[in-house]
Ligand binder design. Structure first.
Ligand code: ZN
Length: 184
């Protein structure tokens, strides 16, 4: 029998290895794994941590999209439930970026409750990063665009976890008060 915490650490180890060479876009170029642990921590704080498959999916949520990991590989290593959540959180990279962003917002309400929680935690982590260590080449207009697009995705995820919504909304509000777009 594998204890839940062991399943989680195995997922974290797998994700850390897959993302080894990746950095966040922020000025400090944080190790990518900081983002993954932030997502797991955010999910754990708002759910009490009882659903280990949810936390594992949080750790693995960017592996298919960003590291070339396959669905089959995840299914073999972590089971179908976890692999399914990660697949639900994966964009179709054959589509142009703008289209992918549009589809994220449009498809969010049709995702499973667990995928919607992972997506909210992911967006929460990204807003936090932009507030704390923004990409050096992003001006306030670009940051605001990102914040508002993220909100359109989170709006499609609402109804499954009030705490996650609240944390995201507080950060979103903070961004709106902080970033000053240039007058057109
Ligand atoms: Zn992510």
């Amino acid at each position: 029998m594998t204890a839940p915490v062991q399943s989680l650490t195995r997922a974290l180890m797998f994700a850390a290895q897959k993302h080894t060479d990746q950095r966040r876009k922020g000025a400090r170029a944080e190790p990518y794994v900081n983002h993954l642990i932030d997502v797991v921590d955010t999910l754990a704080r708002h759910t009490g941590g009882a659903d280990v498959e949810l936390l594992m999916a949080g750790a693995l949520h960017d592996t298919i999209e960003d590291t070339g990991t396959t669905y089959e590989e995840l299914k073999r290593a972590f089971g179908e439930n976890v692999a399914d959540i990660v697949r639900e959180c994966t964009d179709d990279k054959s589509l142009p970026k703008m289209e992918r962003k549009r589809l994220q917002a449009e498809n969010a309400p049709h995702k499973s409750a667990r995928a919607r929680m992972v997506k909210m935690a992911d967006k929460t982590s990204n807003l936090k990063s932009i507030l704390e260590s923004p990409p050096p080449d992003w001006n306030d207009t670009r940051k605001l665009e990102y914040f508002n697009w993220s909100k359109s995705v989170v709006d499609g995820c609402r109804g499954v976890n009030a705490g996650l919504e609240r944390e995201f909304d507080d950060l979103h509000k903070k961004g709106l008060a902080t970033f000053k777009p240039k007058a057109a």
